[in-house]
Design a protein around this ligand. Structure first.
Ligand SMILES: C[S@@+](CC[C@H](N)C(=O)[O-])C[C@H]1O[C@@H](n2cnc3c(N)ncnc32)[C@H](O)[C@@H]1O
Length: 524
């Protein structure tokens, strides 16, 4: 057994003992929903609906579950104590929001686990969603300590649940070596950073979820939610920008002609929602505050459906003070999008720039060129415009990039002109050659980002029925140097296919420098 496995095993057993000591959870109480008017990060009022627990106004110290008081105390503590508090908090379905575990061990099957309370046919259960590199797997776990009363297959990405109880599901997850825990509850949100080896955990209050008069003011839903409702959406027709950009009709219904674009943006935002938590939870990106708003850029924004959607998600729904810049080469895009931002009253937090992705003047703070983007978005920027977006990500050292490429003409041409044809059966047929060119282009993009200090995942962000261009590159900057074998893979790929992609030419200096760090004595 490796040291890590041993630690996880000890942690698991410890949690089981602690859990046995914890009293049975109090029966869940129904939630109350209320329309609230809240203040946006720009100081502007907006209206939304939050569902909050009746106990929401209670102080943290008042929340008790049997013997184990679910009281988080900021500071560094024994991991077992923090795990016990977290367990107790999660067993109180009435006050539970969302719990997210990230920072998985290298060999972990799931890179992220989320929990929330749900009601299924009147019974409260804990819903667990585990994410591997490609999919989400959802299962429901009964709170009553018995085996799961309901196995749910929540859509095509779900698996049938195991028969573990809520308590067992929590113990298993907390004992699996995740380094970052975020616990959202009625009285506020908490971040836990775990050091499994030292068996210590550092707890801090997450101020991005604010309390107004002691109540959670957040779009994070507190308390058990009906599992039978329509699948949770981040956007709905009542979000004002959707009408302004022509995606929703006056009655809030999504226009038929815009359904695919709406779905693309919705699914893209779900990934942004998680990626924001991952990047900030791991300390790779600032959370955004009034003093230092989050800086986000949408490159090749077109009609800015995604730009407005991303602002809505972060600034309005998650209360993260955010500044956004949309870039597009078309003048019409700048003029139209600027007018929409003014209509929405969001123009003090967002602006639109006319220019190429490569060269556009993207300035978040006047006179400060170092004030670069924290988040780079690019949805279907044509051909090498996607590469330009990656170049800017790298040069800004942006902590997070979500890039969904469009067409891939450049490498197709380079492949045709290559001096070698590695595998003629692949390039002989136009359709195969084209698809292969797409795959090779995106493989190079992902790998070059890896070589330059990013942790990269490549995923399908939306079903192919909504767009055939449904690949998304998700990159979080860790700053870690790539391994020697990663460089060898890169060289082998170029040599085998006889091509160097546009992106490698554009980032030649950065690649040479990074290579020299790993192979100090070689000629680069
Ligand atoms: C297919 S549209 C996508 C628009 C938007 N992101 C969306 O998904 O709805 C591509 C956009 O990128 C812009 N574009 C293409 N190449 C560009 C470049 N090099 N610099 C800036 N904008 C570019 C185009 O003008 C167009 O608006």
């Amino acid at each position: 057994m490796s040291r890590d496995e041993e630690c996880r095993h000890i942690m698991s057993r410890l949690l089981a003992t602690l859990a046995r000591r914890a009293a049975a959870p109090s029966p869940p109480r129904p939630t109350a929903s209320a329309a609230v008017t809240a203040r946006g990060p720009c100081g502007r009022a907006y209206t939304g609906t939050v569902i909050r627990a009746r106990a929401a106004s209670r102080e943290e110290n008042d929340i008790n579950v049997g013997e184990a008081a679910a009281t988080f105390v900021p500071g560094t503590h024994a991991l077992s104590d923090v795990a016990s508090t977290t367990l107790a908090a999660m067993l109180d379905a009435r006050t539970l929001g969302r719990v997210t575990l990230t920072g998985a061990a290298k060999d972990a099957e799931y890179r992220r686990v989320e929990f929330r309370a749900v009601t299924i046919r009147g019974a409260t259960a804990l819903q667990r969603t585990r994410y591997d590199a490609r999919q989400a797997f959802t299962s429901n776990h009964a709170y009553d300590g018995g085996s799961s009363g309901e196995n749910a297959n929540d859509g095509k990405d779900s698996k049938l649940s195991s028969t573990s109880s809520a308590q067992e599901a929590i113990e298993e997850a907390l004992g699996s070596g995740y380094k970052h825990w975020r616990v959202e509850r009625a009285s506020g949100a908490w971040s836990v950073t775990v050091n499994v080896k030292k068996q210590r955990a550092t707890v801090s209050r997450d101020k991005t979820m604010r309390l107004i008069d002691g109540e959670a003011k957040t779009s994070v839903v507190i308390g058990p939610q009906s599992h039978d409702r329509e699948k949770a959406r981040l956007l709905d027709g009542s979000d004002p920008f959707l009408k302004h950009v022509g995606v929703a009709a006056a009655d809030g219904s999504i226009k038929t002609s815009k359904r695919d674009k709406y779905k693309q943006v919705e699914e893209f935002l779900k990934i942004l929602d998680h990626a924001y938590d991952d990047a900030t939870g791991a300390g790779h990106m600032v959370r955004g505050s009034t003093a230092r708003p989050l800086r986000m850029v949408d490159l090749g924004c077109g009609n800015a459906y995604l730009t407005f959607g991303a602002y809505t998600l972060l600034a309005n729904k998650r209360d993260v003070p955010t500044h956004v810049i949309g870039v597009d080469i078309k003048r019409q895009a700048r003029e139209h999008n600027t007018a929409v931002a003014v209509e929405l009253g969001w123009d003090d937090c967002m602006c639109f720039v006319e220019g190429s992705i490569a060269k556009a003047d993207v300035k978040f703070v006047k006179g400060n060129d170092d004030a670069a983007a924290d988040i780079v978005l690019a949805l279907h920027a044509c051909d090498t415009a996607t590469d330009e977006a990656i170049v800017r990500t790298v040069r800004w050292s942006s902590p997070l990039a979500l890039i969904a490429p469009c067409c891939h003409h450049d490498l197709q041409v380079r492949l045709k002109n290559a001096s070698i044809i590695a595998f003629p059966p692949i390039t002989r047929h136009g359709i195969l050659s084209e698809r292969f060119g797409d795959v090779l282009t995106d493989s190079f993009r992902a790998h070059i980002l890896r070589l330059l200090g990013y942790r990269v995942e490549v995923m399908e962000f939306v079903g192919g029925e909504h767009t055939p261009r449904n690949t998304l590159i998700r990159a979080i900057r860790t700053g870690s140097p790539a391994s020697k074998s990663a460089w060898e893979e890169y060289d082998a790929m170029r040599e085998t296919w006889g091509v160097t992609p546009w992106l490698a030419d554009a980032l030649a200096d950065e690649l040479n420098e990074a290579r020299a760090d790993v192979f100090p004595n070689s000629n680069v």
